[in-house]
Design a protein around this ligand. Structure first.
Ligand code: GLC
Length: 738
């Protein structure tokens, strides 16, 4: 006799009560009190569920016709995912959409037109958590108005590999900056009663062989780098779901990795949400269920429907305890209750979006994410003194570049540059119709001459006939592909050098997803990193170039001088057959990611983490730091000493006097202050204790060693302004504490 998980007679008798509890309709609620806690409601709902309803809840479909399987009829067409709800229990369908830059559409003839935020790395470059939140709130609203209640955002994988094709979706190389910025974006999305994810847990830091690569990394090194970024993002954003990644970690697939999912995420960090797989990242039934996966995503991406009939049988045969299936379903429902999905159902028919309001949010993030890398002769901001301005390359006459893959947001009217890039996934290359040339022409009275830049000599001739040349250089990066090197593609370095050699003032605007090398740097007068600047990117670039807004972005990732400076000369797996399994050893750098690696090895980068120029100048005074309840409290003042309004991004780094850390210093905090000329502002920053600690795997604890620490106030990792010393007592605290 098969053991029923919920004896029918029992369920029938108590169903009304359970239903009421699940639906939060207790007497207290009826009297206007608080609905029962999400945990209670989820537990009640699961208790009222049949076995089949629980299985239905943990097994997700791709909501796009794929591999001969039609999408579920109730799923939103051409979107990421669908899981059927349980109507009798008031549980809605889960309607999933990608991704971090806005409401994406899977490749289709008629993609939805939605607002694209600038790339995640651009929002990170703003160092402005409020902008990250606002961006998340905007795309979460567009997701809701498009019929979605789950949004697959929150890419927080550290930039260990500057050639990684998905760096544009993430937030750079530092765990604190990444965790804070992505955590805020997650919080913004969920403010719309939409469940957000954080992804891809963990160590999915390259695209080459992403489903085959086995990442080797020690526990302590991971806890102080990639895992810390996830931990901070989860603390700040409280995402309903964590998406486990494609790769293996120390021999086990991330989506059936007991260490990652059960030990670190659920035990040490006390995570109460659910783990969904990436699309095609589920590899088993029993190991996956027992090792912490709660939902298989995107059927038929995987080889088998592991969490459908096979899971039901595993539960009925006792290979997966019924309590574990209950836990899986309960985690999913808890996330839905906690984010108000039951009380705020999404509509099937798309609702009207305030496109202008969305565009303003995107533009604000793009403007503050643009980094002024070089401006030696003060050529920028541009004045109205030019007769002829040459605009060269980057399709700057019609739009700005965006990154490729599952996060692709499509513009109204389609890409103004058709038929570029691969025809199939992760292509095609999509430009967003926000023309830098048009936006500049609306602000400067010059005559504008556009040249596509493909022929360097011809482009140089156009430059020679102008008073100023602005070259737009592009690097299309995308999911599933890594860059072969750090060079701009399509001989753009030649074009830039030729244009600069024409002898006219020359500005370079980079639209890239990652750091790039610049062999022409000495020959040009100014360089802006605009990344993929989103739906209003042309306007944002023009406003920064003309000084309507200050250049206030700061690099969230180091720009290397060459690949020789990197932990790995080549991306591991490069050139191997598609099916080849291989490993990559992150123990080479360990927790010393990015600037930490460069400082540990004594490498001089092209541009340092935190670098970015302003059109005004700032002074810093009154730096003080004191031990504060196991952490450090830092105070200082910033003043605008220039003639223009501007935004300062003072950074605080911490160092341990003596040995024990992975690198000389770590980012401990920062502020961003908008200051008028002559105005000053005070900053008070609390250094996260984990940034002062080393993780002790044996004790499974963070440990701050007693002794002296140096607090450095800086304008960039390589631009210290002032230092002060602090003595700290020894302190140990739990893996999930601060
Ligand atoms: C993709 C990506 C993931 C995305 C998912 C759904 O392969 O890795 O970020 O959310 O599948 O499209």
């Amino acid at each position: 006799m098969r053991q029923q998980t919920t004896p029918r007679h029992h369920a029938m008798r108590t169903l009304p009560l359970l239903l009421a509890l699940a639906m939060g309709m207790t007497a207290a609620t009826a009297a206007g009190g608080d609905a029962p806690a999400p945990d209670q409601r989820a537990a009640a709902a699961v208790a009222a569920m049949t076995l089949d309803e629980k299985i239905q809840t943990v097994f997700g479909y791709f909501s796009t016709d794929f591999k001969g399987t039609a999408r579920p009829k109730d799923g939103v067409p051409f979107t990421a995912g669908f899981i059927a709800g349980v109507e009798r229990l008031g549980i809605p369908h889960q309607q999933l959409t990608d991704a971090g830059m806005g409401v994406a559409t899977q490749p289709s003839e008629q993609p939805r037109a939605r607002t694209a935020l600038p790339a995640g790395i651009a929002t990170a470059a703003s160092w402005n958590p409020a902008l990250a939140y606002a961006g998340g709130a905007m795309i979460g609203q567009e997701a809701r108005l498009s019929g979605h209640n789950v949004m697959l955002v929150g890419g927080v994988n550290l930039q260990r590999e500057p050639r990684n094709g998905r760096n544009f979706e993430y937030a750079g190389e530092d765990p604190l900056l990444s965790g804070v910025m992505v955590g805020e974006a997650i919080r913004g999305v969920q403010s719309n009663h939409v469940v957000a994810t954080v992804k891809h847990f963990a160590y999915n830091n390259q695209e080459t062989g992403r489903t085959k690569v086995d990442v080797r990394i020690g526990d302590a090194a991971g806890r102080m780098s990639d895992l810390l970024a996830f931990q901070i993002a989860i603390e700040r954003g409280d995402p309903g779901a964590v998406m486990c990644g494609y790769n293996l970690v120390n021999g086990f697939y991330a989506c059936e990795n007991d260490y990652l999912l059960n030990q670190v995420l659920k035990r040490d960090w006390g995570y109460k949400g659910y783990v969904m797989s990436d699309w095609g990242a589920t590899h088993s039934t029993i190991p996956a269920a027992l090792n912490g996966l709660d939902q298989q995503s995107g059927w038929p991406f995987d080889l088998s429907p592991y969490f459908n009939g096979a899971l039901k049988e595993a539960v009925e045969n006792g290979h997966v305890p019924p309590a574990r299936l209950d836990d899986m379903a309960r985690r999913i429902l808890r996330a839905m209750y906690a984010n108000g999905l039951m009380e705020h159902p999404v509509r099937v028919e798309p609702e009207k979006i305030d496109v202008a309001a969305s565009a303003a949010v995107s533009q604000a993030a793009a403007e503050e994410g643009i980094v002024l890398l070089k401006n030696d002769k003060g050529l920028l901001p541009l004045t109205n003194t030019y007769t002829t301005i040459a605009i060269i390359g980057g399709h700057a006459d019609v739009g700005v570049l965006s990154g490729g893959g599952s996060s692709q947001v499509y513009p109204a009217g389609g890409s103004p540059v058709p038929n570029e890039g691969p025809a199939s996934f992760p292509g095609p290359t999509v430009y967003l119709p926000s023309s830098p040339l048009k936006a500049l022409a609306a602000r400067l009275h010059a005559k504008f001459v556009y040249h596509d830049g493909k022929d360097a000599a011809a482009a140089a001739k156009v430059a020679a006939g102008s008073d100023l040349a602005i070259v737009f250089a592009t690097q299309w990066t995308a999911e599933s592909l890594d860059q072969p090197d750090l060079s701009l593609p399509n001989r753009q370095d030649e074009t830039i050098a030729a244009v600069a050699a024409a002898g006219k003032p020359t500005v370079v605007v980079l639209e890239t997803g990652s750091p790039v090398t610049m062999p022409w740097l000495g020959a040009v007068d100014a360089v802006l990193a605009a990344w993929y600047p989103g739906s209003s990117g042309g306007e944002a670039i023009a406003r920064v170039l003309t000084g309507e807004v200050d250049a206030s972005g700061r690099l969230p990732a180091t720009f290397p001088r060459s690949v020789a400076q990197l932990p790995r000369a080549r991306v591991d797996g490069t050139g191997l057959p598609e099916a080849a399994r291989f490993s990559t050893d992150y123990n080479i750098e360990g927790a010393a990611v990015g600037y930490k690696w460069f400082e540990k090895k004594g490498h001089q980068p092209l541009f340092a983490f935190g670098h970015g120029l302003s059109y005004t100048s700032f002074s810093y005074t009154g730096l003080s730091a004191k031990a504060d309840g196991g952490a450090i409290a830092v105070r200082f003042k910033t003043a605008n000493t220039g003639k223009r309004a501007g935004k300062a991004v003072p950074q605080v780094y911490v160092s341990k006097v003596g040995a024990g850390w992975e690198a000389p210093k770590r980012l401990g905090g920062w502020d961003k202050l908008a200051l008028a000329p002559g105005q000053s502002g005070e900053s008070r920053i609390g250094i996260d204790p984990r940034v002062l600690a080393v993780f002790d795997t044996r004790a499974n604890q963070w440990r701050i060693a007693a002794g002296e620490y140096v607090v450095t106030l800086a304008e960039a990792a390589d631009k210290p302004v002032a230092t002060v010393k602090v003595r700290l007592p020894a302190r140990a605290f739990a893996a999930g504490a601060r």
